[in-house]
Design a protein around this ligand. Structure first.
Ligand code: SAH
Length: 219
């Protein structure tokens, strides 16, 4: 196949339809999430050499030893966050390629995203601009600390696995707000959904996942 033909195939509606069909088969039900996945051009968030694989349901490398999350996981985390009610303001920890933030940007009014690796943040900022995604604000920071100046958030998504739940993140949740994050426990990672109530938090285990580790400090 010529480069041109594969280019058309890769971005065609059919290719994205197949991905959305697969997510449906795997239990994603929220139509808002499925149409956000349909609308965001994932091939723009990966290196050109990998763009023919952008609509496969797999994680892919994005440089700096990091990965763009698997679409199913992006959908699952987004669905878990939205199930809590209307979200105006959401924080993401771990911008990476910017894909998860771009999906969230279709669904909530304001997305705040922090990344510890400057180089990744630089390219994701350029991409948001090029794709005319104007409701995402970015910051070069250690996400363990959240984004204090913008708190409280209706939802927080962490896209790297920590060993403990960062207290600052829980503190930056609005009452009724949800934190969705992978936690490392006994050598495996579990996806947790923590909802902040009037007096204390409730935690639900959403199953096993694989994420890159959440690291301290800037790079
Ligand atoms: N959401 C991203 C997934 C990227 S992988 C996407 O859709 O592409 C996880 C990202 O978390 C990596 O880019 C990594 O650098 C970042 N990360 C890890 N620890 C972090 C921390 N303490 N603060 C902010 N970002 C962090």
């Amino acid at each position: 196949m010529s480069a041109g033909a594969s280019g058309i195939g890769m971005t065609s509606r059919g290719t994205r339809d197949r991905l959305v069909g697969r997510l449906r088969e795997h239990g994603i039900r929220d139509e808002r999430v499925l149409s956000a996945i349909m609308n965001v051009p994932r091939h723009e968030f990966v290196d050109e050499a990998l763009s023919s694989r952008a609509y496969e349901d797999t994680a892919l490398p994005i440089g700096q030893s990091q990965t763009i999350s698997q679409p199913y996981i992006v959908a699952r985390m987004t669905e878990a966050l939205l199930a809590g009610g209307t979200l105006a303001k959401v924080l993401e920890v771990g911008t990476g390629s910017g894909y998860q933030a771009a999906v969230l940007a279709q669904l909530v009014s304001e997305v705040y995203t922090v990344e510890r690796i400057k180089e990744l943040l630089r390219s994701s900022r350029q991409l948001f601009h090029r794709l005319k995604i104007f409701n995402v604000r970015t910051r070069h920071a250690d996400g363990h600390l959240g984004w204090p100046g913008q708190a409280p958030f209706d939802g927080i998504i962490v896209t790297a696995a920590a060993r403990t739940i960062p207290e600052d993140l829980v503190a930056q949740l609005a009452i009724g707000g949800r934190l969705v994050m992978p936690l490392e426990r006994d050598g495996e990672q579990r996806l947790l959904m923590i909802q902040r109530g009037e007096d204390g938090c409730e935690t639900a285990d959403l199953g096993a996942v694989v994420f890159v580790p959440m690291l301290a400090g800037l790079s």
